[in-house]
Design a protein around this ligand. Structure first.
Ligand code: SER
Length: 339
């Protein structure tokens, strides 16, 4: 049993490692998992961070060499329970999901992974006393949600299968907390921009791909129309959110599943201009994708994240400009381009 919330902020570092000792990251080779696993391994020195993966998406390089790995298919409850027992797992990061656009083409698979997978994890967590983080998303909102300064507690009637599963994830996670005391906590991630592992099948992926195109000197075909604003976040802030919420003092938490977290909001024209400040020759044209556009049109422009700020001191570090500088520098080094 680990007690949260008894230490002051002065012992924060110690507090982190004394809470999360043995962690299972399900989906460790994905966009978030690949970076979260490595970050947790650097922070937790007295335990194991197990890289859970599915066959066909095996961990490689540093991710494979720096700690244990195990096949962890969310649809195989027995397999998950064995990993939890073997490594005495106390915290599960459940990052298995089909993103919004791909979930529209495979709705039953999305349901299976996101819902049947989740209930397997929650049942194991109930039995074996694990804390669970299963992210929600801006996709949990829908067309009749207030678009600007979207409140923490508001209408959530999404029109996508991704959104349906994310609202159900929030509800089921809260249910396991109130009914069984399972320590479930989460955030609603904006579109995540990163440079280690590419996302796949999301509506916000364009905001990652645009940097790769710019650094490679390609003309970017933007699938989202000008004027379409969405919340976005740089991966270092997303990792901070995912870790800080699990280390937060529970006595301060009024909400649990899941907190709005925000750091920047832009449309394609604004991110293009941010890149052109550093790569003046960068060119972009529009080849809009009706599936992604309809999804984007149903999501908020900008969330209000004051509950996260008040209840666990959430504060992002990056804005569009500082993220752009870091993305361009990192990708220039990767692709051997002069900055
Ligand atoms: N990035 C996700 C998507 O676009 C939203 O959470 O599907």
């Amino acid at each position: 049993m680990y007690i949260r919330g008894t230490k002051s902020r002065l012992t924060y570092k110690k507090y982190i490692s004394s809470i999360m000792k043995n962690v299972l990251v399900i989906g460790s080779t994905g966009q978030i998992g690949s970076e979260l696993t490595m970050t947790l391994r650097k922070q937790i020195t007295n335990g194991n961070v197990v890289a859970g993966y599915i066959p066909g998406a095996e961990p490689k390089g540093e991710l494979l060499e720096s700690g244990p790995a195990a096949i962890a298919n969310v649809c195989d409850a027995k397999q998950l329970a064995e990993i939890v027992d073997k490594y005495e797992i106390d915290t599960i990061y459940n990052l298995a999901a089909l993103l919004s656009a791909v979930a529209e083409s495979k709705p039953l698979l999305a349901w299976d992974i996101q819902m049947n997978g989740l209930i397997n994890i929650l049942e194991i967590a109930r039995e074996k006393k694990c804390a669970v983080f299963t992210p929600s998303s801006i996709g949990s909102f829908g067309p009749n949600t207030p678009r600007d300064n979207t409140p923490q507690d508001t209408i959530q009637r999404p029109k996508t299968m991704y959104g349906v599963t994310k609202v159900a994830t929030e509800l089921l996670s809260d249910y396991y907390f109130t009914k069984y005391g399972v320590d479930t906590r989460a955030v609603r991630f904006p579109g995540l921009i990163s440079n280690v592992t590419l996302p796949g099948g999301g509506t916000t992926d364009y905001a990652v791909e645009i940097y790769y195109a710019a650094v490679k000197g390609e003309d970017f075909a933007c699938p989202i129309q000008a004027g379409t604003f969405m919340d976005m976040m740089y991966m270092p802030d997303a990792l901070k959110a995912a870790i800080d919420i699990m280390n937060a003092d529970p006595s301060r938490l009024i909400h649990r599943n899941a907190f709005n977290v925000a750091s920047m909001s832009f449309d394609p024209e604004i991110i293009k201009a941010a890149i052109q400040k550093y790569i003046p020759d960068f060119k972009m044209h529009y080849e809009f994708d009706p599936v992604r556009q309809a999804i984007a049109d149903s999501w908020p422009n900008k969330m209000d994240d004051s509950c996260a700020r008040n209840e666990w001191d959430w504060k992002p570090s990056y804005d569009l400009d500082s993220m752009t500088v870091d993305m361009i520098e990192t990708l220039c080094k990767r692709f051997g381009k002069a900055e």
